[in-house]
Ligand binder design. Structure first.
Ligand code: NAD
Length: 245
């Protein structure tokens, strides 16, 4: 039995931190290989809370260009996502904290998922707080609220995406810090750990003496403090460590 397998076997309360590398095998490029979009400074500037508030009509086509390409929306969970869901069926308590906005962990069947950067699959009306799903977001180029008010008129405010934009706070951070320090295994999967404050989470596990396992194609700052570091594809590595069924 490998060290990784032994860590999994001995753990009952597992916290997982995932990043864009979790979904590359589903066909969604990570930050680095998708440099095209992220090197377009004007486009990146538009992915901010302040741009949305000032130019809501211009914001949405740009947001969809970055986050909602049809091929991303058609993406399906890969073997790595399914393996994490299978861990729960093995009787483990698994909390997934993800930086991804694609919703693939939930589609794979993971039940405890905290989306630190929100989701592209939801939006909300900033005026009346009505929630909308993906179909509604895609139905209009600039999605607006169709909630009927008491007088029979429509609200018509431009929706805000659930996705965390530049200038907004990361979600569930306090819960993630507590979970990292209290679990008995901390898994780091497919993240370069370069985006703060999420990048600090493995440090909370380390400070509490929690064993850390990393599966990532590239080196990360936490590797030197991890019990296990595997340079491989998540969708190939995880099903070898615990069976997907
Ligand atoms: P990142 O792109 O900075 O790092 C991804 C890491 O995953 C890299 O180190 C890469 O070597 C590794 N990797 C890629 N494919 C892998 C695989 N199959 N197996 C193992 N490792 C693999 O991503 P990040 O750290 O998550 O930070 C980027 C930011 O971009 C996040 O805030 C995230 O919200 C956002 N983002 C999200 C998505 C998504 O939702 N799928 C996609 C792109 C970017």
């Amino acid at each position: 039995m490998s060290v990784f397998q032994k860590l999994i076997e001995n753990a009952s309360n597992i916290v997982v931190l995932t990043g864009a590398g979790m979904s590359t095998e589903s066909g969604i490029p990570d930050f680095r290989s998708d440099a095209g979009v992220w090197q377009d400074e004007a486009l990146v500037h538009a992915m901010s809370d302040s741009y949305l508030r000032r130019f809501p009509q211009a914001f949405w086509p740009k947001f969809k260009q970055v986050f909602m390409r049809p091929e991303y929306l058609r993406a399906e969970p890969n073997a790595g996502h399914r393996a994490l869901a299978a861990l729960e069926r093995m009787g483990k308590q698994v909390a997934v904290f993800t930086q991804n906005v694609d919703g693939l962990h939930q589609l794979a069947g993971s039940t405890t998922v905290f989306e630190l950067h929100g989701s592209v699959r939801k939006a909300e009306c900033p005026a009346c707080m009505q929630s909308y799903g993906l179909d509604d977001i895609l139905a209009q180029e600039v999605p607006t609220c169709r909630w009927e008010n008491a007088k029979g008129g429509e609200c018509r405010a431009v929706l805000h995406p659930d996705t965390v934009l530049f200038g907004q706070q990361v979600r569930h951070l306090e819960r993630a810090i507590l979970a990292a320090a209290r679990c008995d295994l901390f898994l780091v999967l497919g993240t370069s750990l370069m985006v703060d404050p999420v990048a600090e989470l493995p440090n909370y596990a380390r400070a509490a003496g929690v064993p850390i396992a990393v599966v990532n194609l590239e080196e990360t700052y936490i590797d030197g403090h991890a019990e296990v570091v595997i340079r491989g594809k998540i969708g190939e590595v995880l099903p070898q460590v615990f069976p997907v069924f």
